[in-house]
Design a binder for this molecule. Structure first.
Ligand code: ZN
Length: 269
C-alpha cells in the first residue's frame, strides 16, 4: 500500500481548481444571460428590451408577463420590479456583421473551436467588440443604444468628464458624471442613464435599485403634483362657482324678504 506514484493534490491546488470552475461557471452564466431572455430563457430576439437593472428580455415575453404574472413559472421572482412598459427600454443593438443570415460564422464554422461556438449575435457599434458576456456592455436608458463600456469611457472623455475609472467589470458609471453625448446616436445622456448590462456586482445592482426607486418616487411626485394642480384648479373653479351661486341666492332672498319691512314697521310701533 502507500503512494504508488499517484500524487495527492494539495489544498492550494484544489482551491485553484475550484476557483477555475467557478470562473468557468460564471462565464457560462454571463454568456447565457447575454444570449437568452431572462424570463422565457429562449434565445433573445428583436425587439429586445432591458429592465432598469440591465437584464435582457424579449419584449414579447415581458408583455406576456405583464398580462399574466404567472405566464412564466419564476416570472415574479425575476421581474417583480417590472410593473409596466415604463420599466423597460427597447434596446438598439448592432448585429454582428461577421455572422451570416443563418446566424453562423460561415466558412470558419467548419473549424470552429469552443470560442467560435459562442458566436455573439451583437457587437458594439463603436469598437465592433462582440457582446458575448466576456466584455462589459452598457446601454443608455434615454435612447436605448447599446455599446461596450470601453466605448462609453471614450464618450466620457469626449465630453471632458472622463477619468477612466471604469473598473472593467461592467459596473461603473465612473467617467461620466454629467451630460455627455451618446457615443452611438449623439443624444444627450446623463451618467444616471447609463445601465450596465448583466452586472454581477452587488454594489452596482444596489445602486441601480436605488436609482429605480428614486425614478419611481420622482414619477409618483410628478403625477401627484399634476393631479393636485388639476384638482385645485377644478376645486377653486367649483368653489368660486358655488360661492357665486350662494351669493346670488342670498341677494335674492334679501330682496324677496318682506320680513325686514315688517321688522321696521314693528320698530315704529
Ligand atoms: Zn444613443
Amino acid at each position: 500500500m502507500g503512494n504508488d506514484g499517484g500524487s495527492i493534490p494539495r489544498r492550494s491546488e484544489l482551491v485553484r481548481e475550484k476557483k477555475k470552475d467557478e470562473k468557468a461557471d460564471r462565464k457560462n452564466q454571463l454568456q447565457a444571460m447575454t444570449t437568452n431572455c431572462s424570463l422565457s430563457k429562449r434565445p433573445l430576439q428583436q425587439p429586445i428590451v432591458s429592465d432598469t437593472l440591465g437584464r435582457l428580455y424579449n419584449r414579447e415575453s415581458v408583455l406576456e408577463y405583464l398580462l399574466d404574472n404567472r405566464a412564466f413559472g419564476d416570472g415574479s421572482q425575476i421581474c417583480a420590479h417590472i410593473k409596466g412598459l415604463k420599466d423597460i427600454k427597447t434596446l438598439q443593438l448592432k448585429d454582428n456583421p461577421s455572422l451570416n443570415k443563418h446566424g453562423s460564422r460561415g466558412s470558419t464554422s467548419l473549424v470552429a473551436g469552443p470560442e467560435e461556438a459562442e458566436e455573439a449575435r451583437f457587437v458594439c457599434p463603436v469598437t465592433m467588440k462582440e457582446m458575448n458576456g466576456n466584455l462589459p456592455f452598457e446601454f443608455a436608458w434615454s435612447c436605448g443604444c447599446v455599446f461596450s463600456a470601453m466605448a462609453r469611457r471614450e464618450m466620457g472623455k469626449a465630453s471632458g468628464n472622463g477619468n477612466g475609472s471604469g473598473n472593467g467589470n461592467g459596473s461603473g458609471s465612473g467617467g461620466l458624471d454629467a451630460v455627455a453625448e451618446c457615443v452611438v446616436c449623439g443624444q444627450p445622456v446623463l451618467s444616471d442613464d447609463i445601465i450596465p448590462i448583466n452586472s454581477q456586482d452587488a454594489q452596482v445592482l444596489d445602486t441601480l435599485r436605488s436609482r429605480m426607486a428614486e425614478r419611481r418616487r420622482r414619477e409618483d411626485e410628478e403625477r401627484k403634483s399634476k393631479k393636485a394642480a388639476k384638482k385645485t384648479k377644478t376645486k377653486s373653479k367649483g368653489k368660486r362657482g358655488r360661492e357665486e351661486a350662494e351669493q346670488e341666492k342670498e341677494q335674492g332672498e334679501e330682496e324677496d324678504n318682506g320680513g325686514c319691512g315688517r321688522e321696521r314697521k314693528h320698530a315704529k310701533n
